[in-house]
Design a protein around this ligand. Structure first.
Ligand code: NHW
Ligand code: EN5
Length: 387
């Protein structure tokens, strides 16, 4: 009963184990010359557009579509509200292609009503280094839901990617589709418990007063690790090496060159916050980073937005992970974030409880398009973060 996904080159539920004892492509190899040259057909009065992120009006249209129609939690209390600066960062890494910023407009009015994006990424899965796209920001206007538009968007982005001789993709989603490579859990650490309780993001625990709750989650004003400071451009070569070495131990992880590290980890207030620990001799021993993704609060009259920090790439070297993550909490709190979110990926499972994270009600599944893995990847072997 996956009418669309059942036709796609993805691992299916109930495939007999033993069909595949090795990782590999699902489709047989194809040529760019055999890729359909014309766009997929849309219903009457809709047309494809390539969105130009460099144009402020077009960026604003994507921002407005997502702000009103993108991902919500299961109880429709919060909706992701990616900022324009964030979208520019997320959609324009080194080697990005405008044709992979794919929109759908109403022909008569020009209104943007759907979007899907791909960005280039090299991702290592077990022993294979794949040239892929990361697919994100699939969105269909609420009034156009359940009309089978999403499969058309997915086929069209696939075609546009295949035209560049790329045959694999990575994506994450909260929903269950055929078939996850890994299933991860969100965890949350309160930074501003009073606000979180008042908006229904969290609840006062049993036998806890507000005063005790505030005390429980209180954090120092300054990070505690000697030598910690904002990452700077001159740090890029060392950070690239530090990160590459750390990511080796995971079964799925990005392969990032210096230009990509510069893009993904240069400090940008309220987009991506990156800090390094510099030892007395000037060598960098650790990295910590988080990104800012606010959510709008649906129907609350006291607050309209929740400012969340999400753990990004963090490399414990000389500093133990709990201490490094505690500094991440301190830095996120002191920059006005209300909550710190993390997945049970990397080595997080071991440290989330001691840092007073609580389990969330959301899951995040990792998927590969046209790539089969012989065995599901355990969450603590996932070393890839998608925005
Ligand atoms: S996950 C966030 C996705 N976006 C949202 O949840 C926003 C709010 N929801 C919507 O806008 C991050 C709509 O509900 C969407 C579905 C557009 C989600 N991924 O048009 P129909 C990403 O962006 C399947 C994939 O009638 P709709 C990752 C569903 O199972 N498929 O539904 C995106 C069904 O297929 P089935 C999803 O509600 C990765 C079909 O869509 C999905 O009006 C994309 C129904 O379509 C999801 N999140 O629109 C894949 N949600 O087989 C990339 C539902 O069950 C693949 N569906 O009949 C790789 C491509 C590139 C390859 C290159 C080599
Ligand atoms: C593509 N790159 O469900 C990503 N968020 O737990 C798209 N829950 O915020 C896919 N429901 O548990 C994203 N509070 C999939 C996630 C979609 C958003 C989502 C969840 C993740 C979330 C919160 C709010 C729940 C509101 C009611 C939650 C409890 C926190 C509490 C803090 C104190 C200690 C105990 C736990």
């Amino acid at each position: 009963n996956y009418a669309f996904w059942g036709t796609q080159p993805v691992a299916q539920f109930g495939e007999q184990p033993g069909t595949s004892d090795a990782d590999g492509a699902i489709d047989k190899p194809k040529d760019v010359a055999d890729v359909r040259p014309e766009p997929y057909g849309l219903p009457q009065n809709f047309e494809w557009v390539t969105c130009n992120i460099d144009n402020d009006d077009e960026l604003r249209e994507i921002y407005e579509l997502l702000s009103a129609h993108y991902v919500e939690d299961d109880d429709n209390m919060f909706r992701f509200a990616y900022s324009k600066e964030f979208l520019r960062w997320a959609l324009q890494p080194p080697g990005f292609k405008a044709v992979w910023h794919c929109g759908v407009r109403v022909s008569t009015t020009g209104k943007l009503v759907a979007f899907i994006s791909g960005i280039p990424a090299t991702v290592r899965v077990n022993a294979s280094t794949l040239t892929t796209v990361e697919i994100n920001f699939l969105c269909v206007h609420k009034k156009l839901r359940h009309k089978r538009l999403a499969p058309v968007l997915i086929k069209e982005i696939t075609r546009r990617v295949n035209l560049h001789n790329i045959w694999q993709a990575v994506y994450t989603a909260g929903v269950l589709l055929p078939k996850p490579v890994s299933e991860c859990q969100y965890w949350h650490r309160s930074l501003n418990p009073k606000k979180l309780i008042s908006i229904g993001f969290s609840r006062l625990a049993q036998r806890m007063t507000m005063a005790r709750t505030l005390k429980l989650y209180k954090l120092p004003d300054q990070p505690q690790t000697p030598g910690i400071r904002q990452m700077e451009d001159r740090d890029v070569p060392q950070v690239t090496a530090l990160l590459a070495d750390y990511l080796q131990k995971f079964q799925i992880a990005p392969v990032l060159d210096e230009e990509e590290v510069r893009h993904w980890l240069s400090f940008q207030p309220d987009v991506v916050h990156s800090y390094v620990v510099e030892g007395p001799d000037g060598t960098l021993t650790d990295l910590l980073s988080f990104y800012t993704l606010p959510s709008s609060i649906i129907g609350n009259d006291q607050y309209d937005s929740l400012k969340a920090a999400y753990m990004f790439y963090t490399v414990p070297g000389a500093t133990p992970l709990p201490q490094l993550m505690n500094d991440a909490l301190i830095l996120a709190h002191s920059t006005g974030h209300d909550v710190f979110n993390a997945l049970d990926i990397f080595d997080n499972q071991k440290i989330l409880k001691e840092l007073k994270f609580g389990i969330g009600d959301g899951k995040l599944r990792y998927y590969l398009f046209n790539w089969r893995v012989a065995h599901e990847i355990p969450t603590n072997k996932v070393g890839l973060v998608m925005l």
